[in-house]
Design a protein around this ligand. Structure first.
Ligand SMILES: Nc1nc2c(ncn2[C@@H]2O[C@H](COP(=O)(O)OP(=O)(O)OP(=O)(O)O)[C@@H](O)[C@H]2O)c(=O)[nH]1
Ligand SMILES: [Mg+2]
Length: 261
């Protein structure tokens, strides 16, 4: 069963489905570090940024404060406002890209990162950067993917339509993966780089769901970590109806592809 472990020390599934050669070394002692596991010096925090000048300063300041300035930050930016200047002022690496959607930006951001642990977030001040130490600890404890679960605490700041949609997406993904996942579209996750590099990513609006479902169905150790969720600063870039339909389609497509693999 492709179970995502929720918020507690997770055992890795041992029924790996033939991924054999690219089976990850998730033992905290086999990280290639000095034996104490990864630190924030090993972390890249990456995000797509699209006209986020209302939030980017706060998000990057939070990353800086929580990681003591040690995490690398990469923004793939399609903005026409001051977002890239604000990001550069705060020491982020900014990669310019025409706006072509969430997944196109985040995929480029994942590729641009060069540290062993890659953390994604949205640049809208919704996600709690103060949880970064817990995400890192979960990786050091053996997780290949640590996924921020917004619904665990209720996600009161999320619009009701989005909340209902996210619950439905989680049920759909659970049915397809044969396990139980609780938040498939969260923007805040940590990945071992190897997970990101060993899988071919195909989705755009549905990339977040894909980034959870494919690793889960390939037997990687996925852990869901409850996180608080704040109201968004600035305008949303996602149309809930068309975006929601695209995400549902991605979940079914990716889930079926992984089953048939
Ligand atoms: N570079 C780039 N970034 C994008 C694009 N579309 C979205 N983003 C960024 O991707 C992140 C996610 O977009 P959001 O608008 O927060 O989407 P969402 O989280 O589904 O919607 P909200 O619940 O309203 O936050 C944000 O940091 C956006 O700025 C794009 O086409 N290009
Ligand atoms: Mg967002």
């Amino acid at each position: 069963m492709n179970e995502a472990v929720r918020s507690e020390a997770g055992s890795r599934p041992d029924d790996r489905d033939g991924s054999g050669g690219d089976a990850p070394g998730t033992d905290a002692t086999s990280t290639g570090t000095d034996g104490d596991g990864y630190t924030f010096d090993d972390v890249s925090v990456v995000m797509g940024t699209y006209d986020e000048e209302a939030a980017v300063g706060a998000v990057l300041d939070d990353v800086d404060r929580v990681t003591d300035g040690r995490a690398e930050v990469v923004c793939v930016d399609g903005s026409s406002d001051r977002t890239p200047e604000i990001a550069r002022e705060r020491g982020a690496r900014v990669v310019e890209q025409e706006p072509r959607g969430y997944g196109v930006a985040v995929r480029a951001a994942l590729r641009a990162a060069d540290r062993p642990i890659v953390v994604t977030t949205d640049c809208d001040d919704t996600y709690p950067m103060e949880k970064l130490p817990d995400f890192l600890a979960a990786v050091n404890d053996g997780a290949d993917v640590v996924s921020g679960d917004r619904l665990y605490h209720g996600a009161g700041a999320m619009p009701a339509f989005n909340r209902a949609g996210n619950r439905a997406f989680a049920l759909l993904a659970s049915a397809l993966t044969g396990g139980r996942v609780h938040d498939t579209t969260t923007g805040m996750r940590a990945y071992r780089r190897e997970v990101v590099e060993s899988i071919e990513w195909t989705e755009n609006t549905g990339l977040s769901a894909e980034l959870l479902i494919r690793p889960l169905m390939r037997g990687y150790a996925v852990r869901e970590e409850p996180i608080p969720y704040r109201e968004r600063a600035g305008e949303t870039k996602l149309d809930p109806l068309s975006g929601g339909a695209a995400i549902a389609k991605s979940i079914v497509k990716v889930g079926l592809e992984e089953r048939l693999r």
